[in-house]
Unconditional design. Sequence first.
Lengths: 113, 114
Amino acid sequence: TQLLEQSPQFLSIQEGENLTVYCNSSSVFSSLQWYRQEPGEGPVLLVTVVTGGEVKKLKRLTFQFGDARKDSSLHITAAQPGDTGLYLCAGGPSGGSNYKLTFGKGTLLTVNP
Amino acid sequence: EAGVVQSPRYKIIEKKQPVAFWCNPISGHNTLYWYRQNLGQGPELLIRYENEEAVDDSQLPKDRFSAERLKGVDSTLKIQPAELGDSAVYLCASTARTLNTEAFFGQGTRLTVV
């Protein structure tokens, strides 16, 4: 069974601060996806990283896939209240199809104005 | 293009009663997932379908949960009888059969068992 551990579980910060959340596993993944989920909605994909060491940027969000494809991080610069939500990472198994997604438990981020 | 559609959005039932959830995935998506999500937690996979075949139902509590996807399109998830601990959001997601593809989620059904 492939497990993804996310940390921290909860994070409450002030507007303008920077933060990093982590997604770690002992297993290798073919890809990692990051989703954001707002209350009452389903998760929405932010980014997919597929190559070890890959870095992707989405405005103030920077995503990195570990060299060994076992971990990933999400860094937010100058957080805004609109960034509030549950951030989920999800991995597709290595060596096979990406049909099966394994989700971490998420990081619940609150950005206070 | 319509997204993943789930119904109902909310359901309140008494314990021991049956309940059913419905999901219509994005057209052409072969893979369909049912997840259960507790408040503030990540989704936990209940069952995964490839077309009409359930290829991963190891996490489905089969004594009370059942699911079907008869024609490989829409799907239903049923609980009978419901227990208090079943209160959660039930999410449906679908993906196309390509590598590294995005999972599209419905808005979920929030179930409250009283």
